[in-house]
Design a protein around this ligand. Structure first.
Ligand code: G6P
Length: 596
């Protein structure tokens, strides 16, 4: 979370900085700011995003070196005084990460007579660097010295008023890339931010420092010696779903699912599994948010195809639980961004215990993708909406493909099963496209949910897991209270919530124990609940007398599941539209969560 950029250029950098920041807004959009130097030293910060910031910097900023930040608040509210860059004594800093010992540092500095403007953890950093400068350290040495006092995670870019032709960068725990182009040296949290300006980039490693100047980029390792890092080509801006026709990127990304699924399938079909992974005796899938729900939804397929037990673990919990790992465990990390801090924490933990790691990741230049023993990519393309949509369905597909490949390597997939699964996978893109065509019906459901102010999602088997994603999507986009339960659990407590008119969305289809869910729908109805059934063709006749509203979805089996996912995405988008919420940038959220 939080995006940082920095640049040294032969001409004024402010507008380029803000343009690059715009491509990092998925990392946070509470506030944004830039500082530029040489000539002059100017700082500007705004509440909100880069559109507001661009309006402010206009053409007025002359500096040829600069840094910028787009924020997701951790310490301190979204106010201008908490926005970055933070400046002290001619040193400006932008920071991504969390400084854990900021309280002690700040106390010491206040006792020293220094003053603070913000509530952030980050503001101690320019104070430390400025103190080192005052004591005579050169810019790079001052940053190095300051870093020895910082505990926690950081990627920082530093601008100096008195040395206005350079930017110093440091990394510990938070991702950051340095990049080079014609007459420009730059830094950014994500190289795609610099695709218009730079030709190649290198990911810094923990403990690295880098200097950007008119001479280019120089990298130093933890030992202070010049370091060689792997330079890669900055890819041109990926083709992005255009929000224009659809009203939001999120809605456009829902429409892009058929293409994303096809691309993912084409990339993974026929891929082989290395022996170290084929020898697995147990699988543990670790993820956060929607990525976890994608995995839990398709777990039955993974288990059936591989014959292996597949545990599911929420990364933030798993990394602190010290769970015993049985011999032959293979870890599967699922992440759109490939940089979620908790999932990365688990990656380190599993590596330390020599567990082979498979990464199901969408951002392929990410640290998670690069550090895995096997990268099993999703090819969803860039997802700009904060809420996961096309990345979610691509993860489901990729995980089933992984189960199939692993099952083939282990000899647990018969030729009949192979043909049947391949046929189902081949049909998913069309099913999603057909589900989208039922948008009017999803819109009507959304209006009802908004009127009632709440929703309960239930299902059985894979539909129970998917119900969690339905509730999550609705919470994220509409901020309505939404819960999900395995339908069989309803009677063990949650049914007490049902009142006259409570909307209950029941997901049911062949392979989802529809008969049993029907009985649960009856129980809801008997208590005055309003049953909205998302069913397949085969279950429609049975649900017709029970459901207050029924949407018959395309597809069967696996296809139903994907159609239900699309249905839930569209219900959530429309609820947000009715409530006039920003669909792409829901309040309080960020797409990439690089703090614990
Ligand atoms: C954030 C996003 C979610 C996402 C979760 C996990 O909370 O807003 O959409 O599911 O992080 O992110 P990852 O990149 O690891 O899939």
């Amino acid at each position: 979370m939080c995006g940082i950029v920095g640049m040294v250029n032969g001409h004024p950098v402010a507008r380029d900085l803000v343009t690059a920041l715009g491509r990092l807004e998925y990392r946070g959009y509470d506030s944004a700011g830039v500082a530029v130097a040489g000539p002059g030293f100017e700082v500007h910060k705004v509440i909100g995003g880069t559109t507001e910031l661009m309006g402010k910097v206009g053409n007025g900023f002359a500096g040829h070196a600069g840094i910028g930040h787009t924020r997701w608040a951790t310490h301190g509210r979204a106010e201008v005084r908490n926005a970055h860059p933070h400046v002290w004594d001619g040193v400006a800093v932008v920071h991504n990460g969390i400084i854990e010992n900021y309280h002690d540092l700040r106390g010491r500095m206040i006792a020293n007579g220094e003053t603070f403007e913000s509530d952030t953890d980050s503001e101690v950093i320019p104070h430390l660097i400025a103190a080192a400068r005052k004591a005579g350290a050169a810019p790079m040495d001052a940053v190095r010295e300051a870093c020895t006092e910082l505990h926690g995670a950081y990627a920082i870019a530093v601008l100096f008023q008195d040395v206005p032709d350079r930017v110093v960068v440091a990394r510990q725990g938070s991702p950051v890339m340095v990049a080079r182009g014609r007459n420009v040296a730059a830094v950014a949290s994500d190289p795609s931010a610099l695709s218009a300006l730079c030709d190649d980039y290198a990911a810094l490693e923990d403990g690295d420092l880098a200097e950007l100047s008119n001479h280019g980029v120089t990298i130093f390792g933890r030992d202070g010696q010049l370091a060689q890092r792997c330079w890669q080509k900055v890819e041109g801006a990926e083709e992005e779903a255009a929000a224009g026709l659809f009203g939001s990127f999120t809605r456009a990304e829902i429409a892009a699912q058929p293409v994303a699924l096809r691309n993912t399938d084409a990339a993974l079909a026929g891929r082989a599994i290395p022996q170290a992974i084929a020898d697995a005796e147990r699988l543990v899938v670790v993820a956060c948010g929607s990525s976890m729900y994608a995995a839990s939804t398709v777990r039955p397929w993974i288990e059936k195809l591989t014959g292996l037990p597949c545990d599911l673990e929420i990364a933030s919990e798993y990394r602190t639980r010290e769970a015993p790992l049985s011999r032959g465990t293979v870890g599967i990390l699922v992440s759109q961004s490939g940089e979620t801090a908790d999932t990365m924490g688990v990656m380190e933990m599993l590596k330390a215990r020599n567990v082979p790691i498979v990464a199901v990741v969408n951002v392929q230049h990410s640290q998670m993708a690069r550090g895995a023993d096997l990268l099993w990519p999703t090819m969803a393309g860039k997802e700009q909406g904060v809420a996961a949509t096309k990345s979610f369905t691509c993860q489901m597909l990729a995980l089933i493909r992984f189960g199939l490949a692993l099952g083939l390597a282990r000899g647990t997939v018969t030729s009949g099963t192979l043909v049947a699964v391949e046929r189902e996978l081949a049909g998913l893109a069309v099913v999603c496209a057909r589900a989208e065509m039922l948008e009017g019906q999803f819109e009507a459901v959304a209006e009802r949910l908004v009127r009632e102010g709440e929703a309960l999602f239930i299902g059985r088997g894979s539909a129970a897991a998917l119900a969690n994603e339905g509730a999550l999507k609705l919470k994220e986009l509409s901020y309505l209270r939404a819960e999900a339960y395995a339908a069989g659990e309803l009677k063990h407590g949650p049914i007490a919530m049902i009142r006259e008119g409570s909307p209950v969305i029941v997901c049911a289809g062949a392979g989802q124990h529809a008969g049993k869910s029907l009985a649960n729908a009856e129980e809801v109805r008997a208590r005055g609940g309003y049953v909205i059934a998302l069913v397949d063709d085969a279950s429609a006749a049975a649900f017709a007398p029970v459901a207050d509203e029924m949407i018959v979805l395309p597809g069967a089996g696996l296809g139903t599941l994907f159609a239900q996912a699309v249905a839930m995405q569209l219900i959530a988008v429309h609820a947000a539209v009715v409530l006039r919420h920003p669909v792409d940038r829901p309040r309080n959220l960020a797409k990439s969560v690089t703090v614990e």
